[in-house]
Design a protein around this ligand. Structure first.
Ligand SMILES: [Zn+2]
Length: 290
């Protein structure tokens, strides 16, 4: 924004699957616990208020440090960090509208605003983007489910609003580039892409959280399980293997009687073939020596 756009890469999401990247960043955003930031944002907001009262040239201790911590929490928050650092720069440069840019109340409301957005996106996923909702022909496409969700009467829906994009070259890539003015723009852009590409979310059979399946049969997500080095997918693979083994064992037990008959039959068949083969060879060998 304001000519200081930054190109950000989400290092936490590394995958060759672009739709997994697209969806996982969004899902990780929903998992961020914002309660832990409420106190620090309130304290910094008080310092911002003092800044409005004090003579020009004052500094806000820990402002950049706290913003850095917040930015480390999720790739989307890097935008918030850069945005507010730019506002602080306006104060330092004594830009004429710095008071308008550096509003303490707006800053203190950031955690609550994020919680509201998390809830809105969660409701959109639960109400339209969950593959489990794909039950009838009418709601088979993601777009049709989104349409019926927005036609519904429930309150607190995510507002897609207006976003600004440009078609240009960034970091060696050429394509649509989002020019966000606020955090909502990033969410809006991602969700639009998700709906346009007819993507959907699935519930992980292990942790119960949403994930983006990289193939139709995927049942487990790639999140690392707490106090473990394994992902839900690793645990799911082991579980599936055990179930298959159990099924095989159960199958063998059930088929014991049939299998024993089959075993007897196959034993005699093998004996017969062996015998015929031996005789054939024997006859062949005998003829040779005659
Ligand atoms: Zn999982």
């Amino acid at each position: 924004m304001g000519g200081s756009r930054q190109f950000l890469n989400d290092d936490k999401v590394r995958s060759r699957n672009s739709r997994a990247i697209l969806g996982q960043s969004l899902l990780d955003f929903l998992d961020v616990d914002m309660d832990k930031f409420i106190k620090s944002f309130a304290q910094l907001s008080e310092q911002l208020s003092e800044l409005h009262e004090l003579p020009v040239g004052q500094d806000i201790p820990h402002f950049e440090v706290e913003l850095h911590k917040f930015g480390q929490e999720h790739i989307f928050f890097q935008f918030v960090r850069l945005d507010w650092l730019e506002r602080l720069d306006a104060y330092k440069r004594q830009n004429e509208n710095w008071r308008e840019l550096l509003r303490p109340k707006e800053f203190s409301q950031i955690p609550q605003r994020v919680i509201t957005l998390q809830n809105q996106v969660r409701r959109l996923i639960e109400g339209a983007l969950d593959i489990a909702l794909r039950k009838t022909r009418e709601n088979f496409t993601t777009l049709s489910r989104v349409k019926s969700y927005y036609n519904g009467t429930e309150s607190g829906k995510f507002d897609f609003g207006q976003i600004t994009t440009e078609f240009s070259c960034q970091a060696g890539l050429f394509g649509d580039v989002l020019v966000p003015r606020k955090l909502e723009d990033i969410l809006s852009y991602l969700l639009r892409e998700f709906i346009k590409r007819e993507q959907h979310f699935k519930t992980c059979l292990h942790c119960g959280k949403y994930f983006v399946p990289d193939h139709g049969n995927a049942e487990y997500c790639n999140r690392v399980v707490a106090n473990s080095k394994k992902t839900c997918r690793d645990i799911g693979a082991t579980k599936n293997y055990r179930e298959k083994m159990r099924l095989t064992i159960i199958g063998r037990r059930v088929m014991i009687s049939e299998r024993s008959l089959l075993d007897i039959f196959s034993f005699f068949c093998r004996l017969l073939i062996k015998n015929i083969g031996w005789r054939y060879c024997h006859v062949k060998e005998s003829k040779k020596f005659r």
